[in-house]
Write a protein that binds this ligand. Structure first.
Ligand SMILES: Nc1ncnc2c1ncn2[C@@H]1O[C@H](COP(=O)(O)OP(=O)(O)OP(=O)(O)O)[C@@H](O)[C@H]1O
Ligand SMILES: [Mg+2]
Length: 314
């Protein structure tokens, strides 16, 4: 049996979120808001905590600064029982952090400081323990400057060789981000970007054509998230379907894609079929969106399963 259920490598951030954001006041003015919170976020950070909440024995692999934000992220990871063996505190670096201004409709412009995500490095000596898992997730490819030069692919290849199922999420905005992503695709079972990111990378617009671009580059399956329109699954055996999102009252969509990654990992460990996996992942995202701050609404496995079974889709 592998040592871990889930290893989540990559982008972990400290977020400070305010709701509802209306405007930046002129000069040095103040606008009053109803809610303010802090959260661990990021394509790997949300995934680690949401997966741990739903019962996966999880290892975090990332870098944090030697600062108050890093102390707090570390405390939260430990609080949820995430193994922090793979968390590197980096002298001279700040923890990756965002100020998130969430509007009443749930959309959330952010100010982001890149920080230590760009500097952590999983060296060859760490690989055996770092890949001893049922599911290995690389979240935030495009932001891991030191790892993105080739080592992410080395780690993913080792994870595949060790028998793990691999999942990938990205941070990408244009075709110039493709080289960092392309290197890991041959070792990727489930490629899970948002449709906007996938389209920005490949320049295609149709969902099927977009998926085929990445299938041709070596992934086993594309699971493209479509925001409020749900998710599109397309694998190399020709299975393809779209599943609508859950009909919910959205508070903040921050971390929805990252929560999707966690839900999908739980579904893989549970052995769910692809349609149930996509529904379960979307249930995790929907619960995430009901609260301010990533993964706020995610409680545990049974709660997510029950939500999936009892909530109407759009
Ligand atoms: N407005 C919404 N209503 C219902 N569900 C939503 C909404 N927005 C997002 N979701 C759910 O969250 C999932 C992932 O969302 P999305 O495609 O926005 O991810 P993302 O853009 O990658 O987000 P992130 O910035 O967290 O990475 C969707 O597949 C959907 O199930
Ligand atoms: Mg995303």
């Amino acid at each position: 049996m592998p040592r871990y259920d889930y290893v989540s490598m990559g982008f972990y951030t400290f977020d400070c979120l305010g709701w509802p954001f209306t405007e930046v006041p002129p000069g040095g003015g103040t606008v009053f808001i109803d809610e303010l919170t802090i959260a661990v976020s990021g394509a790997a950070g949300v995934a680690a905590i949401a997966a741990a909440k739903m019962g996966l024995n999880t290892l975090a692999l990332t870098g944090l600064g030697e600062d108050l934000m890093g102390d707090w992220v570390m405390q939260r990871l430990k609080h949820f029982g995430v193994d922090t063996w793979g968390v590197q505190r980096q002298p001279g670096w700040k923890t990756s952090s965002s100020i998130v201004t969430t509007r009443a409709d749930g959309s959330r412009p952010a100010l982001h400081m890149k920080g230590a995500t760009g500097n952590f490095f999983v060296d060859d000596a760490m690989i055996p323990r770092a890949t001893d898992t049922k599911v290995f997730h690389a979240g935030g490819i495009g932001l891991m400057d030191a790892m993105d030069k080739g080592q992410t692919a080395v780690v993913m290849k080792a994870a595949k060789a060790a028998g793990a199922i691999t999942t990938v999420d990205i941070f990408a905005g244009s075709p110039k981000d493709l080289p960092a992503v392309a290197q890991v695709l041959p070792y990727t079972d489930y490629f899970m970007p948002s449709i906007e990111e996938a389209q920005a990378l490949c320049g295609r617009s149709d969902h099927g054509d977009t998926a085929k671009f990445f299938l041709d580059m070596g992934v086993k399956a594309c699971v493209l998230t479509l925001g409020g329109d749900g998710a599109y699954y397309h694998d190399n055996a020709g299975v393809k379907f779209r599943i609508p999102a859950f009909d919910i009252k959205v508070k903040c969509t921050c971390g929805c894609g990252d929560a999707f990654d966690a839900g999908y990992a739980v579904a893989l460990v549970q052995g769910f079929d692809p349609e149930t996996a996509v529904r379960f992942a979307q249930a995790t995202s929907a619960l995430n969106a009901t609260g301010l701050g990533s993964q706020a609404g995610v409680k545990d496995f049974e709660h997510t399963l029950n939500f999936m079974k009892t909530t109407k889709a759009k």
